[in-house]
Design a protein around this ligand. Structure first.
Ligand code: ZN
Length: 141
């Protein structure tokens, strides 16, 4: 197990612009506020979404494009770094007009209808992502 202890840092809350890209908007915010470690939560709605699911056998992401308006029921994740750059890792659960749920690892291409975010900064020695041979993922190390 890997574990580090952090103190609470700055907290941010706000609303993303209509028509913006969910992932890219949050990434821009992380860069502008220079957040090294943190927790992200978003709720709202999107016009369409792109998520990915990791194929554990092939060690590759399988992308799923969801071309319909949906609620962002829950989007949670974390901020750390990979190769000296900010790494934003978000998962999302979306609900359609029939109440069906879809989800996965959030990718670029998710168009915001309306979205409210909350980011909490964690202060301490930031976690770095490194390539992991066993899983093929860039994991905290
Ligand atoms: Zn993921």
């Amino acid at each position: 197990m890997l574990i580090k202890e952090y103190r609470s840092g700055r907290e941010f809350a706000g609303r993303l612009d209509h028509g913006s890209d969910l992932f890219l908007s949050l990434m821009r915010l992380v860069e502008e506020k220079d957040i090294k470690m943190g927790i992200v939560k978003v709720i709202g709605a999107c016009k369409k979404a792109v998520v990915a699911v990791y194929d554990q056998e092939k060690k590759a992401y399988h992308t799923v494009a969801l071309e319909k308006p949906m609620e962002i029921l829950s989007c949670v994740g974390n901020i750390s770094s990979f190769q000296g750059k900010p790494a934003l890792h978000l998962h999302i659960v979306l609900g359609d007009y029939d109440g069906k749920a879809f989800g996965g690892h959030l990718m670029e291409g998710t168009e915001v209808f309306a979205a409210e975010f909350y980011i909490k900064e964690l202060v301490g020695d930031p976690l770095e992502r490194k390539y992991d041979e066993i899983t093929g993922l860039n994991l905290w190390s």
